[in-house]
Each structure stands twice: as structure tokens, then as C-alpha cells.
Design a protein. Structure first.
Length: 157
């Protein structure tokens, strides 16, 4: 009898807003939604089929609930210092060696924004979205900064 082995994928996003003096205004963490397009791109990468590695984090203003069928943010920000950011990407250990993809990006804002969504992409423009999450409004002002760290873990289900 063949034994079935499962694989799971889950993620966590952490956001830290600082004022112009570097003091923490707000910090939040929560789970994310891994998209169907993200899973497909992971398969392409694993088998060498023209996949592109995850490289950017984007932020947006929509509060539309994240779903596995999402392929982009609903309302991506491109102004006031909130454009898509090239992330620092690494493999990390959550349970076993190198089981987690980590992306970290930061923004320095030049105007006020109400941020309600974030996502991980494999391109500086368009591209495939690995995961997305929406959240209660993060209000940022001119001079504030935001750091987002996404972690997506692959594990035995």
C-alpha cells in the first residue's frame, strides 16, 4: 500500500509603522492567503519551467477580502513613496532548515496614505502574486515609514 505524504503552505505577515523620529506607531501581525497563481509559480520554479522567484512586496488601499483566486492587489499604491518595493529575500528556518521564504521591504512616505492590503510578487511590475492579505487601515503620514516582512512556510501536512 502506498503511503500518501501531504505538503502544506502557510504564511505570516508582520507590519511595523514608524513615525518620522523612528518611534513605533503601530505593529501588526497576521496570517496571509497563498494564491492559486502563487502555488502554480512554485511548481514552475521546482521543475524549471520558466518560473520567476519572489522579489517584491506591494501595498494598496482596498479592503476587499483576500481569496486564493486573487492575481493582483485590488488598488495598488504608486504614489507618495508607496510604490512596489524590491525586497530582501532569504530562506529561513521555522520548523526545519530552509522551510520558509522570507521577504522584507520598506517604504518612506512623502504623503498621507490609508494602507489596507499587501501582496508578494515576482516582478517589479505586474507579475504573479504569491500571497495577499487585507487588514484594518494602517494610516501613514509624510515622514512615516513602513516595514513589511512576509514569511511563507512549506511543511509536511
Amino acid at each position: 500500500m502506498e503511503k500518501k505524504v501531504g505538503m502544506g503552505m502557510n504564511g505570516q505577515v508582520n507590519m511595523v509603522v514608524r513615525d518620522k523620529f523612528g518611534f513605533i506607531k503601530e505593529e501588526r501581525s497576521g496570517p496571509n492567503v497563498v494564491t492559486n497563481a502563487g502555488i502554480s509559480e512554485i511548481v514552475y520554479l521546482a521543475c524549471g519551467e520558466a518560473g520567476n522567484a519572489w522579489s517584491h512586496i506591494a501595498i494598496g488601499t482596498s479592503s476587499t477580502t483576500a481569496t486564493v483566486g486573487d492575481t493582483s492587489l485590488e488598488a495598488e499604491i504608486t504614489t507618495n513613496g508607496g510604490a512596489r518595493d524590491a525586497s530582501t529575500v532569504s530562506s529561513e528556518q521555522t520548523s526545519t532548515a530552509d522551510d520558509t521564504i522570507q521577504l522584507k521591504s520598506g517604504w518612506n512616505f512623502t504623503g498621507s496614505l490609508n494602507i489596507r492590503e499587501s501582496g508578494v510578487f515576482n516582478s517589479g511590475a505586474a507579475g504573479d502574486m504569491l500571497c495577499r492579505q487585507t487588514f484594518a487601515t494602517l494610516a501613514v503620514n509624510d515622514g512615516d515609514s513602513l516595514t513589511i516582512t512576509w514569511k511563507v512556510q512549506l511543511d509536511q501536512a
